[in-house]
Design a protein. Structure first.
Length: 275
């Protein structure tokens, strides 16, 4: 059987696990529902936290696609749906991480940061938009190639460029964030320190997933990583649900709540604002 015939027969190279897909649909569904409730019910509604809901919905759609494929791996629609949604979804969580740091810079002051709060958020959100656009175009191109009965190599290359760009942006973000938080740690109250830890943890989860997806797409549709589902489960499904749950546990709507304070100089006494 030729590689083209193999692709048309089963693009996964395996039968997707029905139990894994169902488990992730349940986990992402629970986390997404909690994010909606948290955004709406906290006294201070932080509307940009809906990015976590958007990302969660895309993850659910992706795992629904894999569940559908477990019944018929030859159906192109669920296959393409899971490829596109699972590739793009983490960009929404990246945007949430960027927004958290921008919001904290706004609250405690720019001292120690290379960028202002507005520039920080704008720069990395633009990077996120570029990443989403590349991955979206790549997904659409892959879909057209698959519809023509071709192995979607051009689409893969474009999606790979989008993931590499997202990974590089996230690594730069993490580097700048660590430098800022290290300098201003004493100016953060207890709740905001928890938010910082959650953001750093979520960022690392996204980076782990990005490294995996970069290696996977770099190998190609029939590479070792792509045709062994355990890697998708352990290095994509789990890191991203942990990212979502981290922001359920330490939600920005709760930790950014309370009285707004004037920006402080580094090291200024924080006793009055410890919670």
């Amino acid at each position: 059987m030729s590689s083209q015939e193999t692709f048309n027969y089963n693009p996964y190279g395996y039968i997707p696990s029905r139990s894994a897909a169902a488990a992730f649909i349940g986990l992402y569904g629970l986390s997404t529902t909690l994010h909606i409730v948290q955004t709406l019910l906290y006294k201070r509604r932080v509307w940009w936290t809906l990015v976590f809901t958007a990302g969660g919905i895309m993850e659910i759609l992706g795992w629904v696609g894999r569940l559908q494929s477990s019944f018929d791996v030859t159906s192109p629609t669920p296959y393409l749906m899971q490829i596109i949604t699972l590739i793009i979804a983490p960009a929404w969580f990246s945007a949430g991480c960027y927004a958290v740091t921008g919001a904290l810079i706004h609250r405690i002051g720019q001292q120690g940061s290379h960028l202002s709060a507005r520039a920080y958020t704008a720069l990395f959100v633009v990077c996120d938009c570029i990443s989403i656009a590349l991955q979206g175009v790549g997904g659409a191109t892959a879909g057209k190639e698959a519809d023509r009965g071709e192995s979607p190599e051009k689409g893969r290359a474009i999606m790979l460029a989008g993931i590499v760009f997202q990974l590089a942006s996230m690594c730069l973000f993490l580097l700048l964030s660590v430098q800022f938080y290290k300098k201003r740690w004493n100016d953060l109250n207890r709740q905001r320190r928890k938010l910082v830890w959650a953001t750093m943890f979520a960022s690392l989860c996204i980076i782990v997933r990005g490294i995996f997806r970069t290696a996977e797409l770099g190998e190609g549709w029939k590479g070792f990583l792509f045709v062994h589902e355990i890697f998708t489960i352990d290095l994509d499904g789990f890191p991203i649900i942990l990212c979502m749950l981290a922001f359920n546990v330490v939600h920005p709507g709760a930790t950014l709540d309370g009285e707004e304070v004037s920006p402080r100089k580094p090291g200024e006494n924080m006793k009055s604002s410890i919670v």
